[in-house]
Design a protein around this ligand. Structure first.
Ligand SMILES: Cc1ncc(COP(=O)(O)O)c(C=O)c1O
Length: 488
């Protein structure tokens, strides 16, 4: 179905087509999806956000003089995030400033760019990150030409040791980053000692609180022992929080905060040496829709501080209940510190209970979790981001995981066909052998050639068996296959 028919269709027809296309998607609402989407479960919030989005969808943040509403709303979001994350009047960072970006990746790329450009004398700038940091940092380093120093995380604490981070800081380090919390395991890195080590060497320290930055302050108010992680920590020079995650706003909004305007200055880009309009951009994109910004602003105003506290309490109760159900299944073991965030992560110690088969069995029952691959000394795991909408469903989940685990045991671990194993082995030996045709054949033999892929255990087993570089090549080729028009 091409997007541009010879003659336009009615609005009703087009919407019906769109609904049909969406049928293969996972359910974004209802508390059964533990990744990608954040559902507050509150009625009316989404409708409000959509109305606000529509009011500002065609507004362009490109020119601050043409559409001052964008800056009014952005400054308001920045102030709210700053206050939540230890900055603003009466704090140690009264001069906090920030920018609104399109998401966590853009916030992190800008934090890296600002750090690089603040040190023009460093010819070959480097970035220090713990292994649990989000790949957006690696993307930033790759796009912006920085070297990377990745500090391992302990298989026990799932955090880096501050001494290892300090040792990784060298003459060319322009930024040290850490997570609060990390996505894979939901643990808060030792921000205090890491930021202190960075400050001692005169290096910036960015805290990636994109994932849980909107819940941690509320968890602390609920009595959870959340370690210091925000702008109140000496040495933290910038911090990011995504509003399209635990602030339950529609996709496309993150806030990047700096201690002061001088720290933010190198983030900006201006150009006035061409025959067109003089350009000044705070972020990567130039044209920026006011839609997501207005939707986020409306969501925050509507839910309010008391509403977020209540949502965090619901998330906390739900994650504790989910974790308790996981622990009752023999062979499964929780990873990470439950309570510090609202993420439940577990692995299997029983070779007969294959995590990837278990994830498929849960999916068959309507529960969508996120399989994670083995890395270094860390085992494969299942990640569950618990949002407020999960709260009313925890009883159903307890039943589901019990029966899913029983069926996964009965099914047994994934056994890849010999031809698939041979192919993976061959690809591991020679990267040149990874052609679009070979990946298409592999995808077909794993059942990935249909519109809605079914069981994914085989795919996860192939990825788990491959080395990271081979995984990346296969993923790229597979995405390229998906991103090919069908010309119908
Ligand atoms: C800790 C962390 N940082 C950054 C990102 C990237 O955010 P986005 O997907 O909005 O670009 C994520 C996404 O999951 C994350 O969990």
């Amino acid at each position: 179905m091409e997007a541009l028919p010879p003659r336009g269709r009615t609005a009703e027809h087009v919407l019906a087509e769109l609904k049909a296309v969406r049928e293969g998607d996972l359910p974004t609402h209802g508390g059964r999806l533990f990744a990608y989407v954040y559902d507050s479960g509150l009625s009316g919030v989404d409708d409000l956000a959509m109305s606000a989005y529509a009011l500002a969808a065609h507004v362009n943040g490109l020119d601050p003089t043409a559409f001052p509403s964008v800056h009014t709303l952005e400054n308001s979001l920045v102030a709210a995030a700053a206050r939540l994350l230890g900055g603003g009047p009466g704090t140690s960072t009264p001069g906090v400033v920030g920018s609104v970006t399109s998401g966590g990746t853009e916030s992190l790329m800008l934090a890296v760019k600002a750090a690089r450009d603040a040190r023009p004398e460093v010819a070959a700038p480097r970035l220090v990150i713990p292994a649990g940091a989000h790949p957006a940092f690696i993307k930033a380093a790759t796009y912006l030409g920085l070297g990377l120093d990745v500090v391992p995380v302990s298989p026990h604490t799932l955090r880096p040791s501050p001494a290892d981070v300090a040792a990784a800081i060298g003459r060319d380090t322009v930024l040290v980053a850490c997570s609060a919390p990390s996505y894979p395991h939901g643990v808060v890195d030792p921000v205090g000692p890491i930021a202190a080590a960075a400050a001692e060497r005169g290096v910036r320290c960015h805290v990636d609180a994109c994932f849980g930055g909107w819940t941690l302050p509320y968890l602390r108010r609920l009595g959870v022992d959340v370690p210091p992680f925000d702008l109140s920590v000496d040495g933290v020079t910038s911090i990011s929080v995504d509003l399209h995650k635990y602030a339950y706003c529609p996709k496309g909004v993150s806030v990047l905060l700096y201690r002061d305007a001088a720290a933010r200055a190198p983030q900006y880009f201006a150009y006035a040496d061409w025959p067109g309009y003089p350009l000044v951009n705070p972020a990567i994109t130039s044209t920026r829709s006011g839609g997501p910004i207005a939707a986020a602003w409306a969501t925050l105003r509507h839910i309010g501080d008391d509403g977020y506290l209540a949502l965090a309490a619901r998330c906390l109760d739900a994650s504790r209940a989910i974790a308790a159900s996981v622990s009752t299944v023999g062979g499964l073991r929780l990873l990470g510190d439950l309570g510090e965030s609202t993420v439940v992560v577990f692995t299997s110690d029983d070779p007969a209970l294959d995590l990837y088969v278990l994830a498929d069995e849960l999916a068959v029952r309507g529960w969508h979790t996120q399989p994670q691959l083995p890395y270094g000394g860390l085992p494969p795991s299942i990640h569950m981001t618990v949002t407020a909408a999960v709260a009313p469903r925890v009883g159903e989940f307890a039943t589901a995981i019990g029966s899913a685990a029983a069926d996964a045991m009965a099914h047994g671990p994934v056994r890849l066909p010999d031809n698939v194993l041979a192919l993976v082995e061959m690809l591991g030996r020679s990267e040149d052998a990874i052609t679009p045709e070979v990946v298409a054949r592999l995808a077909a033999s794993l059942g990935l050639d249909g519109a809605a892929p079914g069981r994914m255990a085989g795919v996860n087993a192939v990825l788990a068996a491959a080395a990271p570089r081979l995984r990346e090549r296969m993923l790229v080729e597979f995405l390229s296959l998906l991103q090919t028009p069908s010309w119908q």
